[in-house]
Design a protein around this ligand. Structure first.
Ligand code: ADP
Length: 550
């Protein structure tokens, strides 16, 4: 960790450490009666308050202490977004242990790898994941026991899972008298592995300080803009990058929290939005696609939903427009990554933009946004020299800040910083007002005759065609140009468009040499564990695709 010089005159303010336990304590004292509503794995709707959550988190913290969990030790969770998972978030980190959220969409082998790498002492899991836990439990050498997040009547006599305990029994057996320990704010608080499309997953190890600072910054008006008047439904999973920090930023503000549990289909999400009068949500584009399609098919409207943050992969402008124009829902485009806790940028307008035409405003909002305070960005060329913020010059995007990793857990991958900056692996432009736009991930950029072609633009154009549901663009080997773009398209159910018509749709919208050389219509795109299109799979699948000769 970096060391900085001390001034001969230090400030005389209390140096209370920034600890995660303070968030739930604050929520209890100031918003104790505000509700947390969860659709449970059991199928019903569960309701209680921040006060109840705090009490049960302390009971769980006592249980973990009795089980021998010590400060700095890792405790895994494999769970949906729900109240028990929230209790675990606070009990584990608050007691000084490290919450290791595990993505259940990973392969059992990968889960065993990361549980062993993290040296998890216990793993808490939702009953949905029983078969998954049975598949990898025997391979976890450090795990002393598994805790099923349910009532005692859900416990199974016949299971191969060693030392299986019941969450509700542990809670019932333990007192809510527990004083959250006070310790150095730089202590590790939670751990999340990147999905690692190549090589083994690597762990981003967050600290109490980084998490609390990220919570403050992400709740601000030009970030997520969460307040005590909101009802927030995090669609982003708590099993990956701490649901973009919402389990912390929402209790911090006192907003009502609504958890969707395992039911993430359009119908279930819509019904919960309406029943609980949700005002704010956050998720990746693929999830919103399901919801919007369900609403179009059933001619539905939202009655309370006002604002959503979309990120994780580029939000197609067509989706942004559908939310804004058909549903009157404001879309905030955000960018970040696991290594950044995750928030880096959010796209909102400034006063000087309010007089611009709707078209010009839209062009600003479609970018990934400006850095939130705490995140410093720059773009550099391949020689490392900084490039201008002119909205045109693109380069490798680097970031630094107090919630950005300085190295991976157990130093996997060695030194990752370049002169104190973290290379994001993204290629971007930044304009004079500081709005950043991702051109592509550097590994997805198509290199054609010495020029770079960004695939996000090509996909966004395709998705603005009324017959296109999803599109992904990849580079395919070309004898003359090295690589040329191949567009893969999933059509909307019942809709028709030909290859020629879709290619013609690009005319006038983009430089001619950017136009895809070919289009292939497919039934579905491969989606990874974090809801993103797996372009490496597509490249493999289409590596022998023969492009038509012009
Ligand atoms: P994973 O979930 O696969 O572990 P991350 O969530 O950390 O990985 O993914 C971060 C990457 O996702 C970024 O580096 C960027 O390439 C992409 N990404 C995130 N948000 C956006 C966005 N709004 N637009 C374009 N790309 C995005």
């Amino acid at each position: 960790m970096e060391q900085y010089p001390q001034s001969p005159l230090m400030g005389q303010m209390m140096s209370r450490p920034l600890l995660i336990s303070a968030i739930i304590e604050h929520a209890d004292r100031n918003f104790g009666g505000n509700e947390i509503v969860s659709r449970r794995v059991e199928g019903d709707i569960h309701r209680y308050t921040y006060r109840d959550c705090h009490r049960r988190a302390k009971q769980l913290a006592n249980a973990l202490t009795k089980l021998g969990v010590k400060m700095g030790e890792r405790v895994g969770t494999i769970a949906w977004n729900g109240y028990r998972h929230l209790e675990a978030y606070y009990a584990i980190s608050g007691s000084g242990a490290v919450l290791h959220t595990i993505n259940p969409r990973l392969h059992p082998e990968q889960i065993a790898y990361i549980a062993n790498h993290a040296e998890d002492q216990y793993i808490l899991f939702d009953i949905t994941f029983l078969p998954l836990v049975e598949a990898f439990a025997a391979q976890c050498s450090s795990v002393k026991g598994f805790i099923l997040m349910g009532d005692a009547d859900r416990m199974l006599a016949t299971t191969t899972i060693p030392n299986l305990m019941c969450y509700e029994t542990l809670i019932a057996e333990n007192s809510p008298d527990y004083a959250w320990p006070v310790f150095d704010e730089n202590a590790a608080s939670s751990l999340c592995y990147t999905s690692g499309t190549t090589g083994n997953p690597k762990g981003a190890l967050y600290s109490h300080r980084s998490t609390v600072l990220h919570s403050y910054a992400s709740a601000m008006p030009d970030s997520l803009n969460v307040s005590a008047r909101d009802t927030v439904l995090p669609v982003v999973p708590m099993f990956h990058v701490n649901a973009w920090g919402l389990p912390y930023s929402v209790p911090l503000t006192g907003a009502k929290m609504v958890f969707p549990g395992p039911a993430l289909d359009g119908k279930s999400v819509y019904e919960l939005f309406e029943a609980e009068q949700v005002t704010f949500s956050a998720g990746v584009p693929t999830v919103w696609l399901g919801l919007l399609n369900y609403m179009v098919q059933n001619e539905l409207k939202f009655s309370s939903f006002k604002r959503t943050v979309i990120g994780g992969s580029a939000c197609p402008p067509a989706m942004m427009k559908a939310f804004q124009q058909q549903h009157n829902v404001e879309v905030v485009h955000a960018w970040g990554m696991t290594e950044m806790s995750p928030l880096g940028t959010c796209g909102t307008l400034q006063s000087k933009h309010l007089a611009l035409s709707a078209y010009a405003q839209q062009a600003i909002l479609e970018k990934q946004g400006h850095a939130i305070f705490g995140v410093d960005m720059k773009i550099v060329g391949d020689d490392g020299a900084e490039l201008p913020w002119d909205g045109k010059t693109y380069g490798n995007l680097l970031v630094r800040g107090p919630w950005i990793i300085s190295s991976y857990f157990r130093n996997e991958g060695g030194d990752v910083l370049v002169d104190g900056w973290f290379p994001t692996g993204d290629v971007a432009t930044i304009d004079a007002d500081g709005y950043m736009q991702i051109t592509d991930r550097s590994k997805d950029v198509i290199k054609s005759g010495g020029e770079w072609i960004g695939t996000i633009d090509l996909e966004n154009i395709a998705m603005s065609h009324p017959a296109v549901l999803q599109a992904a663009c990849i580079g395919v080997a070309h004898p003359k140009w090295d690589e040329r773009p191949l567009l893969l398209v999933v059509k909307k159910p019942g809709a028709e468009v030909t290859r020629e018509a879709l290619l013609a749709f690009y005319e006038g919208k983009i430089a001619k040499f950017w136009t895809p050389d070919d289009i292939a219509f497919i039934d579905a795109l491969p989606i990874g564990a974090t809801g993103k299109i797996l372009k490496n799979k597509l490249r493999e699948q289409f590596k022998d695709h023969v492009l038509p000769t012009a």
